[in-house]
Design a protein around this ligand. Sequence first.
Ligand code: THU
Length: 144
Amino acid sequence: MLSNEKIFELIRLAYEVQKCAYTPYSHWQVGAALLSKSGNVFTGCNIENAAYTPTNCAERTAFFKAISEGERLFEAIAIVGNAQGERPGEGDYCTPCGVCRQVMMEFCDPDTFQIILAKDYEKYQIVMLKDLMPMGFGPATLRK
Ligand code: THU
């Protein structure tokens, strides 16, 4: 179970890194803060590209930073996202795209990995990866 303090801290870090989002095309700005089981936090923002497909989502930026620093085990991720200029709490929750869910499947236990979707510090919901990725394909499938 994540403490309220830890949830608050992850949301705060997600908002902090959201400021770095590079979004000249969609103007949709996302921040993510990924908590490893060892207690380290890796943040990420979305990074767009004029050729569109090289765009990297905030969640994958955070995961790839963590993996490239030697982390392999993860507990939770906080995600915030809104249109540029929109006030926090106004729109819907920003849910991870399908590609990011698949990357989560690679490195996280779908039964225990917690995804914190936040609109602001008071408005958030926690969903498990298994709920966002029912019957997901992952490393466990190949091991059978
Ligand atoms: N995006 C993310 O970074 N994470 C999500 O959860 C959804 C989408 C980014 C990709 C692109 O830069 C912009 O949001 C619009 O799709």
